[in-house]
Design a protein around this ligand. Structure first.
Ligand SMILES: [Ca+2]
Length: 269
């Protein structure tokens, strides 16, 4: 190794303190964290600072993350986390709107909520447990950047967790190409006729649809499509729409243009 290469390696190590996170951010599992404890901010100010850095106030999803966050406080300063009573006046919610999957309230804190105590801290006095305080206090805070694609799980079309009755279509070509056969990697059960593979509409025209009832509101981040298994036939492009209030809404892009997906180039790609 010559000297230039050695210097390059040393510099590289110095400017990337934590693999996968920007400088000054710490990595833990799938997220990057930044603890502010030298300048004090209100809850709203802290939220703005985190957003300005491409993150959000910390959301605590499990006991490991809570212990890690407690370590970030260094037992010195109370820190805001992204938990508030202001989004929904009936319950505590994470600032991203999600419900709590894990809770770590200091003793009696959850039930005792006084007037304006609508925001939550990791409390030093309570060893990192959660405490509700007035949102206008000036405190430290923790920002988190998370990769929302890290915890993606299949909704159940491929596995069958979504039953046949929740897969409907504008039309079906015949009994071998029903809507419920439009599953990824579809395997024909023995009691269905040979040649059963893939959903196909009755006619070949624009406007045919396949509808999946997800059962409850879910955030969809990926859609996979696939051509027919036994014949070279596939959908080239498609659009996506969703309905959670009785009105179908098309997926559009950031410029309000209707977004088309797919563009399968071959039977399987
Ligand atoms: Ca988190």
């Amino acid at each position: 190794m010559d000297l230039r290469m050695l210097i390059f390696v040393l510099v590289t190590l110095a400017v990337t303190p934590t693999e996968g996170c920007e400088a000054h951010w710490e990595k833990f599992k799938e997220s990057c964290y930044f603890a502010y404890q030298y300048q004090m901010y209100t809850y709203d100010e802290a939220k703005t600072v985190c957003a300005g850095k491409g993150g959000a106030l910390l959301t605590i999803n499990d006991v490991d993350e809570n212990l890690y966050a407690r370590g970030l406080t260094r037992d010195a300063v109370d820190m805001w986390i992204g938990l508030t009573y202001r989004l929904n006046e009936d319950e505590w919610r994470w600032d991203n709107g999600l419900q709590l999957s894990y809770e770590c309230w200091a003793r009696r804190e959850r039930t005792v909520r006084h007037g304006t105590e609508d925001c939550v801290i990791l409390s030093v006095a309570n060893h990192g447990q959660w405490k509700a305080v007035d949102c206008s206090k000036h405190l430290g805070f923790i920002c988190e950047k998370t990769n929302e694609h890290c915890n993606v799980v299949a909704v159940g079309v491929e596995s069958g967790a979504i039953p046949d009755s929740q897969m409907t279509a504008s039309s079906n070509f015949n009994a071998k190409h029903m809507s419920f056969q439009g599953r990824l990697n579809y395997q024909r059960p023995d009691d269905l006729p040979a040649g059963s593979s893939a959903w196909s509409s009755k006619s070949l025209d624009v406007g045919q649809w396949l509808q999946i009832d997800l059962g409850y509101a879910r955030k969809i981040v990926r859609v996979a499509t696939q051509g027919r298994a036994d014949v070279y036939q596939w959908v080239k492009t498609f659009k996506l729409s969703y309905d959670d209030d009785g009105t179908w809404t098309d997926i559009i892009d950031c410029n309000d243009f209707l977004r088309f997906f797919g563009g399968m180039l071959t039977k399987t790609q």
